[in-house]
Design a binder for this molecule. Structure first.
Ligand code: NCD
Ligand code: ZN
Length: 344
């Protein structure tokens, strides 16, 4: 039995830092556990030009002590100026662009309604090798919320890869076996998977009472989809890697008549993942999923530093929340015990 494991420091290829007061609460957590991270641009207003990206990065940097390397993104919509995008990418002020279908999720009102309107931008991204990150959900109000990911793939993703075969794409926070299959079978596309979509399914959210802290988008799916995600994540397949999609909202906005979507999981994500990989007898692939695969796909240097995980005799007691002034962020908790702990 393995009870100690040393791996390269993880990368978080999808994280929401928000802004202002929340930064001081959230950024230090990612800084503790990760080397590279890709920072989502869905602020109000969203990050849509080089100047905004630089200023946002500077606000984030004030809270970094250990050496976290944030990689910035633009929020892709009709407002993007192609010249500014190319400059920002060449100057390394942005790393990728994020596509949100209009109305898909938190702060996506400025998202894209009609894909054809951004074809010129996609074409320039393809030419300049700039990655496209996609929130893959069809927001047509007639589509059932549990079918939105599959519908997006069928209606839009096939079209995007046909039009732009050399565009590097990451399908973010995938939740279905349909997405696993699509990413496996097509070229130039990878996917991020979150800890909570590996650890939880819709029964965890809805049976025996509704648990607002498990509500996120794309919504948790049924168990067979969860199993497909676990299988591919623990397989070592190079096209799948960690993006926590850690998305903090104050407790008042989660426990609400109309609660916000988003799970805050930065604090315990690596330990939860280690537990899942251990259960699958796949600890040897943990480093691939949390660190190597993303570095490979994005041509980043492999992290030189390492972390060590220890298997304890008793389950870990994670903190329940983070607090500052009157903000409370409830920390994600799976419904199984976690025995692995990061060595301090
Ligand atoms: C994210 C957020 O709150 O910004 N919410 C979520 O449920 N994942 C947005 C997103 O990534 O969809
Ligand atoms: Zn997200």
């Amino acid at each position: 039995m393995i009870n100690k494991l040393t791996i390269r420091t993880p990368n978080d290829m999808h994280v929401h830092f928000r802004d202002n007061d929340l930064l001081s609460l959230v950024v230090p957590q990612t800084d503790r556990y990760f080397n590279y991270c890709i920072v989502m641009p869905n602020l109000i207003p969203p990050i849509t030009n080089q100047e905004m990206a630089i200023r946002y990065l500077n606000r984030i940097k004030k809270h970094i002590k250990k050496g976290l390397k944030p990689l910035m993104t633009f929020y892709l919509n009709e407002k993007i100026k192609i010249d500014d995008m190319i400059k920002a990418y060449k100057n390394k002020n942005i790393f990728a662009l994020k596509l949100y279908p209009k109305g898909a999720t938190t702060n996506s009102e400025m998202g894209v309604k009609n894909l054809e309107n951004i074809f010129k931008i996609l074409s320039s991204m393809e030419e300049n090798n700039i990655p496209l990150l996609i929130h893959g959900e069809d927001t047509d109000k007639n589509i059932d919320i549990f079918d939105r990911e599959k519908s997006f793939i069928d209606k839009y993703l096939f079209k995007i890869i046909r039009e732009f075969p050399n565009l590097r794409i990451v399908l973010e926070h995938i939740t279905t076996s349909d997405a696993v299959h699509f990413v496996k079978e097509n070229k130039n596309i990878a996917a991020t998977i979150t800890p909570h979509h590996l650890a939880s399914n819709r029964n965890d959210m809805l049976v025996g009472g509704i648990r607002p802290h498990l509500y996120c988008l794309p919504i948790l799916k049924r168990r067979n989809h969860q199993e497909a995600l676990i299988k591919i994540a623990t397989s070592g397949n190079k096209k799948f890697f960690l993006g926590t999609d850690s998305a903090p909202h104050d407790i008042k906005l989660k426990e609400n008549d109309c609660g916000c979507a988003g799970v805050f999981n930065t604090v315990n994500s690596i330990e939860i993942l280690t537990q899942i990989f251990d259960q699958q007898n796949s600890l040897k692939n943990l480093e691939n999923f949390v660190s190597n695969n993303s570095a490979n796909f994005y041509n980043l240097q492999q992290n030189e530093s390492t972390i060590t995980l220890i298997k304890m005799d008793m389950p870990i007691n994670f903190p329940k929340s983070l607090k500052k002034n009157n903000v409370i962020l409830k920390i994600y908790k799976p419904n199984f015990p976690v025995f692995w702990k990061i060595k301090k």
